[in-house]
Write a protein of this length. Structure first.
Length: 479
């Protein structure tokens, strides 16, 4: 095989590497946490029921739910089907980083960047996550690759059309991904792009934003969904600050090449701009979660690759044999150093809870005729994901089911009716959060549930497992 042919196929190595990392421990010991449970239960609904839900909640994830609905229909609703799209999407992202590195800093930079992406802790977490953030990262990688083609003077109308379509799809998966556009604008300014390129980028970007704008406006009416996100604090700035500092060091190690954009000009804006802008927005409306800007890790991986590529070039004249193994050795050392984190992120304990584990406890502890209540009501996801575990148990607080009401957790009866229904039972199972992760009860219905159980019932069994808790109560004898 010719040298040129080998270079053109270099991206296959990071792709295979990322897929291997993704398949490693994919089931997480057959555990599913609350965010993935939302994907699981919504994607198993009919398209009509999904549309009814999106009118009230989670419109921002509508396209992703539709995709997962199609996959569940074809391949079944197991953890592999739930998470494999994220694995494959991140493999595409690794291929994009490799090609970006090759074009901006050379073959070794491309290989190192593509391999580094899958090792980044944030990427390892979302690599096996049944949510849309890995898909957004892949789309951002494709869009950035198309932008670099334009800066190299190789873009045609179809490239710009593909750019607009890719950014729009990313925006429909999560409209905060549109923060990639300011990052690309900084790259265009850094590289002193021609007016023609700037004009075509502006048109493509405007078309993408226009396609996503209806979703943005509609989903703003569902802003209550993200009301739990805490305000920005100084300690929240540490993580982004460290990442940007690492990126700056990688940018300093990069060596610009004539007639093509540098890795620094592409990678540093992609890393820093989305995070900084989201932090600024969060000063007004708290929205800062690292998963919303996961695609910025593309920039970090590219800059790491550029730094390793520069190291190879520096070593090669004096130690050519050492330079040939520098990148593989660096990746092996990074893998060894990050192995404890990699193992931790593939365990059920890496997530705040495990919906399936608590369902198994319910199956073991229940008796026919028992009642069940959920505090908060969102913990009903356990019954929605594993309905067979609750066979023979009545959900006495539920007035309208999730599908009927077009919600994630259903609609509960009034506090007075819940109290009456509980007092008519001899045994009640309470499904709630484990003490370590539980938040104070605030909803009136949940306060009534807790008060009735404390005053009129006695605990006979209490089990906590992986962030969830099942407590069996029996009615005290009347005096």
């Amino acid at each position: 095989m010719s040298h040129r042919r080998r270079r053109s196929l270099l991206w296959t190595v990071p792709v295979a590497w990322t897929i291997a990392l993704g398949l490693w421990g994919l089931s997480r010991q057959h555990s599913v946490w609350r965010d993935e449970a939302a994907t699981w239960q919504v994607a198993r609904r009919s398209t009509g029921a999904m549309a009814h839900l999106l009118e009230h909640v989670d419109a921002v994830h509508g396209l992703y739910y539709l995709l997962m609905h199609a996959l569940f229909s074809c391949f079944g609703s197991g953890t592999t089907t739930l998470r494999l799209p994220s694995v494959l999407a991140m493999a595409v992202a690794a291929a994009c980083v490799t090609r970006l590195g090759q074009r901006t800093a050379g073959a070794w930079a491309g290989l190192a960047g593509g391999l580094a992406l899958g090792l980044l802790p944030a990427v390892q977490f979302h690599l096996q996550e049944g949510r849309p953030y890995a898909l957004v990262t892949a789309g951002a990688g494709v869009a950035t690759l198309l932008l670099v083609s334009a800066l190299e003077g190789r873009a045609r109308r179809r490239h710009w059309a593909a750019y607009a379509a890719t950014v729009a799809v990313c925006g429909l998966l999560n409209w905060l991904s549109l923060l990639v556009l300011p990052a690309h604008l900084v790259t265009l300014a850094w590289t002193r792009a021609t007016r023609r390129v700037l004009a075509r980028w502006a048109v493509a970007s405007a078309l993408a934003v226009a396609a996503v704008l209806p979703l943005i406006l509609f989903s703003l009416g569902q802003a209550e969904q993200v009301s739990w996100i805490p305000p920005v604090t100084w300690h929240m700035l540490i993580g982004p600050g460290v990442l940007v500092a690492i990126g700056v060091l990688g940018a300093l190690a990069d060596r610009p090449h004539p007639r093509r954009p540098s890795a620094a000009a592409v990678g540093l804006p992609l890393l820093a701009v989305p995070q900084l802008l989201l932090l600024c927005v969060s000063l007004v409306k708290p929205l800062f979660l690292d998963r919303y800007v996961l695609f910025s890790m593309l920039g970090l991986a590219l800059l790491i690759g550029a730094a390793l590529g520069a190291a190879v070039r520096a070593v090669r004249p004096r130690l050519p044999r050492v330079s040939a193994v520098l990148v593989p050795v660096a990746v092996a050392v990074a893998l060894a150093a990050l192995l404890p984190q990699a193992l931790a992120k593939r365990s059920p304990a890496s997530r705040v809870d495990d919906v399936l584990a608590v369902a198994a406890d319910v199956r073991r502890l229940k008796r026919d005729g028992d009642a069940v209540v959920f505090v908060p009501a969102a913990r009903r996801d356990t019954a929605l994901v594993s309905p067979s575990a609750f066979t023979g148990v009545r959900d006495i607080a539920l007035a309208r089911g999730p599908v009927e009401s077009g919600t994630l957790k259903g609609e509960e009866a009034s506090p007075a009716r819940i109290r009456s229904a509980m007092l008519a039972r001899r045994r009640i199972l309470l499904v709630t959060d484990a003490a370590a992760v539980a938040r104070p009860v605030s909803a009136r219905r949940d306060q009534v549930k807790s008060a009735v159980l404390e005053r009129y019932f006695t605990v006979v069994t209490d089990v906590q497992v992986r962030g969830r808790r099942v407590t069996v109560y029996e009615r005290r004898p009347s005096r």
